[in-house]
Design a protein around this ligand. Sequence first.
Ligand code: ZN
Length: 168
Amino acid sequence: MERNKRKQDGSTGHDAKGKVKSVYMIDTQPSRTLGIHCADPRFQSAFRRFISQELGIDNYTPLVIGGGVRALGDQNAPPENVETLWGQIKFFITEANIELVILINHEDCKWYEYVHSDQSEAELANIGRQDLQAADHRVRMEFANVQVRSFWAALENDTISFSEVTDG
Ligand SMILES: [Zn+2]
């Protein structure tokens, strides 16, 4: 029956072999924004809410990786890390007609702690901010027609606050 072809969002049933099959709807809203940020689970909800509620972007393409834009800011980052991140950024900007790139780096980043294990907390925040500005610059230089906005997410007790550090 025609009706059965289109299952309800989030419905769970069984396939022909009796295995559980869950069905969800795709998101049809187009995205013209690429958002690049860390994978830290403490920050995901705040990242999403900041981008949707504060910046007014309903649907963005998330590029989520530990340390966010770190690989683009650090001269000593392994080349394969730089290539992976930069390759993804280039792919989405050119293939998905991205018009706005949002870069977010954050305080108390465990990836930064892991990579720069000899640095103090204050120094890690400095490095994170510098990497953010370097990444902002690099995307801006490479893609003149794309708008770039960069934000530093500070952690204070249980709250996360965003401040724009766009370099342009
Ligand atoms: Zn992080």
